[in-house]
Design a protein around this ligand. Structure first.
Ligand SMILES: C[S@@+](CC[C@H](N)C(=O)[O-])C[C@H]1O[C@@H](n2cnc3c(N)ncnc32)[C@H](O)[C@@H]1O
Length: 301
């Protein structure tokens, strides 16, 4: 890889890490306290339990677990009490809440460590029976390096499972935010590709899995609802790494006498209402956001 490309990737990774570090506390509030993504994690459990239930001393590596969430690591540790689960994320300091969740659930079989998904050198070759990654692959600038690392640390016959968001057209939540942000600062929105929907068409990801030595790649569609209480959903929109906050901030700088953020909130409220996403109490219920559940296997020796 050329030096300039490596530098660009390092800079991108630094920014992504910074964004997620900023959003970490809120993310755990949405995901854990408000059960935003709870339909996603059980899919890992359903798929992996039959494959690992009879594997004595099974070991699972979960990458990009989120420092205050630890998922699907905690779900898998609960479902497979005989397995050892290593929950990792690039974020440091590490996973206070994930650890607290595990302790509360009485789980002694999950540990929390810092690791960059693209560089898993601290883990030995062929040392895991499964590698999992929920909503993390999209944020890896060097996906190929990460997939090669997953293949390296998997034992022959080991399993890979991940979730990634579908394209914006299948993600009404992201699409609506984009339409709103475009009204304020189209240039910034168009320049900043939404990394979260990078694998909208999973064909490229399946191809790259094969290239890394993981075979029988498959992508199954899952629908996820975004349910957030009234007091939280606008805050969540501004804190997630989405284009709306930068677009509103730019417009605000150009219109100092006005409350552009309040104007944006009211517009979003109207758009959400028109789409039938608002309950009487003002909670958000945005249905049918599409997600791919992607699986593959390292060939048996
Ligand atoms: C959307 S969160 C997913 C968290 C959790 N797995 C879930 O499904 O709720 C994305 C996570 O990817 C992590 N991340 C970003 N770049 C990473 C990297 N290079 N290696 C490991 N984790 C990374 C972020 O710190 C963040 O916690």
């Amino acid at each position: 890889m050329a030096d300039s490309e490596a530098q660009q990737q390092a800079e991108m990774k630094r920014r992504i890490e910074e964004n997620w570090a900023k959003a970490a506390a809120s993310y755990s509030e949405w995901v854990i306290q408000n059960r935003l993504l709870t339909r996603l994690y059980p899919r890992f459990q359903e798929w992996l339990v039959p494959r690992l239930k009879d594997v004595a001393g099974a070991r699972i590596l979960d990458v990009a677990s989120a420092r205050q969430v630890g998922e699907p690591a905690v779900t898998l540790a609960a479902a497979l009490p005989h397995a050892q689960v290593v929950s990792t994320d690039i974020a440091a300091p590490f996973q206070e809440l994930g650890r607290a969740r595990a302790a509360k659930a009485g789980l002694g079989n999950v540990c929390f460590e810092s690791a960059d998904a693209e560089d898993l050198h601290k883990y030995a070759d062929a040392s895991f029976d499964a590698v999992t990654c929920s909503l993390g692959l999209m944020f890896l600038p060097n996906l190929g390096a990460a997939l090669r690392e997953f293949a390296r640390v998997l034992k022959p016959g080991g399993w890979f499972a991940a979730t990634v968001w579908m394209a914006e057209e299948r993600m009404p939540f992201f699409l609506t935010v984009k339409i709103l942000a475009m009204q304020y600062d189209p240039a910034t929105v168009l320049a900043a590709a939404n990394m979260a929907v990078r694998f909208g068409d999973p064909a490229g990801l399946l191809h790259d899995l094969g290239g890394a030595g993981l075979t029988d790649g498959r992508a199954e569609g899952i629908e996820v609802d975004y349910d957030l209480p009234a007091h939280l959903w606008w805050k969540a929109l501004l804190e997630l790494p989405l284009p709306i906050q930068p677009a509103l901030a730019k417009a605000q700088a150009q219109r100092p006498g006005e409350d552009v953020f309040e104007e944006g909130r009211l517009k979003m409220l109207e758009m959400a209402g028109q789409q039938g996403w608002l309950t009487e109490g003002g909670d958000l219920h945005c249905k049918d956001n599409g997600c791919w559940f992607v699986t593959a296997q390292k060939p048996a020796a």
